[in-house]
Every structure is written in C-alpha cells, then in structure tokens.
Design a protein around this ligand. Structure first.
Ligand code: SF4
Length: 182
C-alpha cells in the first residue's frame, strides 16, 4: 500500500469565515509524485503537470488536487462529505498504485475543443437547419457539448467522421471516470 497513514485537516475560508462549506487537506505519509501520472491516466485529470508534480480533478463543482505530500479538496459541504471524498481518493491512489504495471502513465490532458476548428469542418452556409442562426453559433454549441454532429443535416459523411474524430480527441470525448460515489 502506498498510503499507510493519513490525516485530515478541515479549514474554513480565510477570506470569509462566515462562508458556508469547508476546504480539506489530507496529509499523507507517502510521496505521491510517482503515482500522479497513473492517477491522471486512470481517472482523467483536468490539469496535470510533472514539474511541479500534481493532478487536479474537477468533479461536481469541487477541485481535488493531488500533490506529492498532500491532497487538497475545495468547496466541500461539510465534514461528512470531506470524509467520504478523503476515503475515496486514498482508496483510489492505493488501488491504482497496486495496478500500475497495467496502466500507461501520462501527464497529458485532453484539450477543450475550439469553435474555430469545428467551424472549419462545417459547411459554413448558415442555412439554419440546425436551428442556429449561423454555423459559428452551432460550432460554439458543439464545443459546449450542447449540439452534436448529428444536429447538422448538411454535414457530409466524411465531414461528420472528421468532426467526430476531432471531438473524440478533445475533453468532450473523454469518459469521466471520477465519481466520489464509486
Ligand atoms: S445546419 Fe449545418 S450548415 Fe446549416 S447553419 Fe447549421 S451548422 Fe451551418
């Protein structure tokens, strides 16, 4: 087991002590630097770096960041929720470390899709058949995940495949695996 012992520290917002919600720091007895790219690969990090090493997950409006010697969790409702998330991430780290020989580690995170890149693939006729006033508006909605490739009836099969490939390589194509209820 990578993490044998850990301690939870609950903090109130320094800027506004009256603010609802708490922050939680989990202090661990292990160096987590080496497990970070494995966590990123398995759980799908939103931000990740090797120097300094960290990985951040955005989930249900919270930010959870794994640093080499601590784990920070922001905007938690209460201590009960802090306990649930702390137990979850410690369990994930230990399980992923045990299974690391079967995981390809990476510090890469998928990029956000760009409306201009999507627009390049669209017919650019502004025909409005997708119920958008222009192809640019449609492209923006695609990047937000509101519209999909099937919503433009004017896309040829080749262009549809091209757009699908582009979106699959972006953050939209990722199957988010982080769920505190796991
Ligand atoms: S249906 Fe396609 S071509 Fe027509 S406006 Fe929408 S995105 Fe553009």
């Amino acid at each position: 087991m990578l993490i044998q012992k850990w301690e939870r520290e609950i903090l109130k917002s320094k800027c506004n002590p009256m603010q609802e919600g708490v922050h939680c720091i989990i202090h661990v007895d292990a160096d987590l630097s080496d497990v970070i790219p494995y966590l990123n690969a398995e759980l799908g990090g939103d931000f990740c770096s090797d120097n300094p090493p960290y990985v951040t997950f955005k989930i249900h409006g919270k930010l959870l960041t794994v640093h080499p010697h601590k784990i920070a969790i922001n905007a938690i409702k209460d201590e009960q929720e802090a306990n649930k998330i702390a137990n979850w991430i410690v369990r994930q780290i230990n399980e992923i470390w045990e299974n690391k020989d079967n995981i390809e580690p990476t510090y890469d995170v998928p990029k956000k899709p760009q409306p201009l890149e999507v627009l390049k693939i669209l017919p650019k006729t502004n025909c409005r058949k997708c119920n958008c006033p222009t192809c640019m508006v449609f492209a923006t909605m695609v990047c937000q995940g509101v519209k999909g490739v099937d919503d433009c009836p004017e896309l040829s099969l080749d262009k549809k495949k091209e757009l699908e490939k582009y979106l699959k390589a972006s953050i939209l194509g990722r199957d988010k695996k982080v769920s505190f209820s796991d």
